[in-house]
Design a binder for this molecule. Structure first.
Ligand SMILES: NC(=O)c1ccc[n+]([C@@H]2O[C@H](COP(=O)([O-])OP(=O)(O)OC[C@H]3O[C@@H](n4cnc5c(N)ncnc54)[C@H](O)[C@@H]3O)[C@@H](O)[C@H]2O)c1
Length: 341
């Protein structure tokens, strides 16, 4: 920690989302951004220059910094394992973007390595830091809606999101990139975990555009405590759709219901360019500073380091979401309900 009580932190992988992490560490009072790195060194240099920090040649060079205490790992979904293991080896605390990994073997390696190194491993499931999701969970935990019986979860995008990602997590990238958000929230709300999944997919539209990936996955999930869920993840909305994320979470209990509707927050513009929803609770920019759920997430991560507190989203939580995602993909291949392993 610096003399000013700031955590010395770096970012590995500064593509689209890693740059947000780096910007936040630059602005947060509790952080000192030591530097960034990326497999694309030119990209690291561009981001470092914008933020007035150092671009390291690679993750090994960044992690070799003695003063460095923590890293955000924002490499693409399929490239989390290596930097996480390197950071554990170097004994740095870790905030790793979701999904923790694509396979349970990788998840287990990361969890074991972080425990052996005695470092925090927090998985960046951003919805856990959204005021509305946090309030909903409190309400559920208070017993006000009774016993949770079923969920409806939806996280859909216009096609530009699918095009940007491509099939980085295989044919059903949407499950690992989008559905894990909903799975983690439903596990958290149900205070349970998914034990069985049945899913069907639709394809053709992204393939017509030359992308080998499904358009939409519809899943039915069973939880250990008897709760159930219907989940919709699609990314073939037209590019004219007025928001990047169309998300809804509904929770039905034996005594009540909670609806979290992130489609249209009442902030709509109608101009000659079209219709736009400009509400953004995830990472809005206010007077040049990054705010919102991502801000809360990184602040919590730093807080857990300085106060040596357990992280709110653990490697085990991340693993449970990946386990359910794998069962969904297994069901898509077998055409039958599949148990979570
Ligand atoms: N929580 C959220 O809401 C949210 C939103 C967007 C992205 N994400 C997550 O953030 C991560 C990054 O996504 P993105 O959209 O920025 O992807 P991206 O493709 O824009 O950026 C990934 C970057 O990682 C770099 N990289 C890959 N392997 C590397 C390695 N071994 N070492 C260093 N750099 C490496 C790439 O060169 C690239 O610049 C993903 O896991 C994604 O799921 C989360």
């Amino acid at each position: 920690m610096t003399k000013q009580g700031k955590v010395n932190v770096g970012v590995i992988g500064v593509g689209w989302f890693g740059e947000f992490h780096a910007r936040l560490y630059k602005q947060l009072q509790g952080a000192n951004l030591v530097g960034v790195c990326d497999a694309d060194f030119q990209r690291a240099k561009v981001v470092a220059e914008r933020l007035g920090t150092r671009a390291y040649a690679d993750s090994e060079e960044l992690l070799a910094e003695q003063s460095l205490e923590a890293v955000s790992i924002c490499t693409s979904d399929q490239h989390h394992l290596e930097p996480v293991l390197q950071a554990c080896q170097a004994r740095k605390h870790i905030l790793v973007e979701k999904p923790l990994a694509l396979s349970l073997t990788d998840c287990d390696q990361m969890i074991a390595a972080s425990k052996a190194a005695g470092v925090h491993l927090m998985v960046a499931h951003i919805l856990r830091f959204s005021q509305r999701y946090v309030e909903a969970r409190k309400l559920i935990q208070s017993g006000e809606i009774g016993q949770v019986r079923h969920f409806y979860g939806r996280r859909n995008n216009p096609r530009r999101a699918a095009r940007r990602l491509g099939s980085r997590c295989g044919y059903h990238t949407i499950v690992f990139h989008n559905a894990v958000h909903d799975i983690d929230i439903m596990n958290w709300f149900a205070d349970s975990e998914v034990v069985e999944a049945y899913a069907i997919a639709q394809s053709g539209e992204m393939e017509k555009e030359g992308f080998y990936m499904s358009d939409c996955v519809l899943s039915m999930l069973k939880f250990q405590n008897g709760a159930a869920a219907v989940m919709e993840n699609c990314w073939i909305y037209p590019d004219t759709y007025p928001t990047l994320v169309d998300a809804v979470t509904e929770v039905t209990g034996t005594h009540g219901k909670i609806v979290l509707d992130f489609r249209n927050q009442g902030a709509i513009s109608y101009t000659n360019k079209g219709v736009g929803y400009f509400e953004n609770s995830y990472w809005p920019e206010i007077y040049g500073l990054v705010s919102g759920d991502l801000h809360q997430e990184l602040e919590h991560f730093l807080h857990c380091i300085t106060e040596d507190l357990p992280v709110p989203v653990t490697g085990e939580d991340g693993r449970k979401a990946v386990a359910a995602a794998n069962a969904i993909v297994a069901s898509l291949s077998s055409g039958k309900p599949e148990p979570v392993k």
